[in-house]
Design a binder for this molecule. Structure first.
Ligand code: NAD
Length: 465
């Protein structure tokens, strides 16, 4: 049993049974039976089920909001008016993508043979998700895999399982075979049971880089496909021609959205030395305006951190940090696991606060001299997920973007995403893309059918002049 805690006040909100490890194999077996039926569904049939699911999710907005807000403490309006409609849009996109999943290239590739390239599902996908965006992550895991014709077993994070369980409940009435989307609950032991189960063909995980490694190790014996969306430490590069007020608003939104518990969060802001003082002051003002508060109150910008332990962890990073705390830097008094939005200036590039994923509302500012140094510092962490470049010079913004070792670069903004655009990283941030047609492709394999239609020409019968 896992007792779920509301991070906004520390109260117990629910108790969810953990799936016994020995039951995982049974769940996978049921998924395989469902897969045998679903693999025969036409793209149009798959699309209809996903469209129905999108409607059901939309109609369940109030309940999903209650569950997500109770478990994460994020502001209700952020989820109900932002993340939930986005998840619905994701599902509708995946429905469309199911109908345009094509093998590329076909024809007479060898004399006398017609080649046809066909995309087929992988089989049963085991998906493991984190606690920071529980519902959206469940949709990003299940949506593309189902669209490509797979069965899915999802294991949500132990602290936040209920919106994933609710998604599977809604899916059960969307018209797919029973058992096509199932949920197992619990921690790393249940996750490993899923990863190592011989009936699971592919493993997809969103979580920390350490978890990515553990999952990859677990998948080795079965030589399974792995899809890894891991941590991040996104830099924001502010050049001397950037408009500072807009930059500060955008970078601080990027740093504090979801209380900084976001793999793409802006965490390191590198500023041209000639504007450093003014930019730090603009950032201080913007950070000081961010209001942590009750998730159900209209004026709250951000909620608490996920747990008391995580708040202690974030505070540990801040107290040990190199650099000067410009504002914030302490837990908020009172109930719940709130932390004051924090700006630290002049940190050392090689120090922990710059190199490690803090996963809290903490932004670190560092000056740079020239484009080359900005790029070098931005690339100098183990991660490579997201980044932003702030400049009025389009050529410079593009030039710098091309030199960053990351999955995404925003220019003069930080965070926006779209269902059509692939989301994923490089280096320690893993590989594999969520969202977009690419995600659907990754949950499928290409097969080659080669059909003899005539006697092949004799070898060497055709010699270009
Ligand atoms: P986590 O790595 O602790 O846990 C993620 C999931 O993996 C949970 O369901 C957990 O129970 C499971 N797990 C943990 N150890 C496991 C093991 N050995 N074997 C199998 N499963 C295991 O991550 P978290 O704390 O829940 O989430 C925060 C992390 O997720 C951050 O590092 C963040 O950057 C990352 N994240 C990445 C993305 C992305 O798209 N790249 C998106 C959101 C979150």
């Amino acid at each position: 049993m896992t007792t779920l805690i509301n991070p906004a006040d520390g109260s117990a909100v629910d108790v969810v049974p953990d799936t016994p490890v020995e039951r995982v194999a049974e769940t996978v077996q049921t998924a395989r039976e469902a897969f045998e039926q679903w693999r025969e569904a036409t793209p149009g049939e798959r699309a209809r089920v996903l469209l129905r699911l999108a409607d059901l999710v939309e109609g369940d907005a109030e309940e999903l909001t209650r569950l997500e807000v109770e478990e994460t403490g994020k502001p209700a309006s952020v989820f109900r008016d932002g993340e939930l409609p986005f998840a619905v849009d994701n599902l509708r996109f995946f429905a469309g993508a199911a109908r345009s999943l094509e093998g590329t290239g076909a024809g007479v590739l060898s004399s006398g043979y017609t080649s046809v390239l066909v995309r087929r599902p992988v089989g049963v996908v085991g998906s493991i998700s984190p606690w920071n965006f529980p519902f959206i992550m469940a949709v990003w895991k299940a949506g593309p895999a189902l669209a490509a014709g797979n069965a899915v077993v999802v294991k949500p994070a132990p602290a936040t399982p209920r919106t994933t369980l609710r998604l599977a409940e809604l899916f059960a009435s969307a018209g797919a075979p029973d058992g096509l989307l199932q949920v197992v609950t619990g921690g790393a032991d249940v996750g490993q049971a899923l990863v190592t189960d011989p009936g699971v063909d592919m493993v997809s995980v969103t979580g920390s880089s350490a978890t990515g490694r553990a999952v990859m190790r677990g998948a080795v014996d079965g030589l399974k496909r792995v899809h890894l969306e891991l941590g991040g430490k996104a830099p924001a590069l502010v050049f001397d021609d950037a408009e500072l007020e807009g930059m500060a608003a955008g970078v601080v939104m990027g740093a504090t959205y979801n209380t900084g518990q976001d793999c793409t969060a802006a965490t390191r802001v590198y500023i041209d030395r000639s504007r450093y003082g003014d930019a730090v002051e603009a950032l201080r003002e913007a950070v000081s305006r961010v209001r942590p508060g009750d998730p159900w109150a209209a004026g709250s910008d951000i909620g608490p951190l996920i747990s008391a332990a995580h708040r202690d962890r974030v505070h540990g990073f801040v107290t040990r940090s190199s650099g000067r705390v410009v504002c914030g830097g302490k837990p908020v008094d009172g109930p719940g696991f709130y932390y004051t939005p924090t700006l630290i200036a002049d940190a050392d590039q090689d120090s922990e606060i710059v190199q490690s994923e803090v996963f809290g509302p903490v932004l670190v500012a560092i000056p740079f001299d020239g484009e080359d140094e900005a790029v070098r510092l931005a690339n100098a962490t183990p991660y490579g997920l997201a980044s932003s470049v702030w400049s009025a010079d389009v050529s410079r913004a593009l030039r710098v973007s091309h030199r960053l070792d990351v999955g995404v670069t925003w220019v003069n903004d930080h965070l926006p995403i779209a269902s059509e655009a692939p989301h994923g990283g490089v280096k320690g941030s893993g590989f594999g893309k969520d969202m977009s047609q690419e995600a659907v492709q990754e949950y499928s394999v290409t097969r080659h059918l080669m059909i003899k239609h005539a006697a092949p020409r004799p070898r060497d019968s055709f010699r270009p002049a």
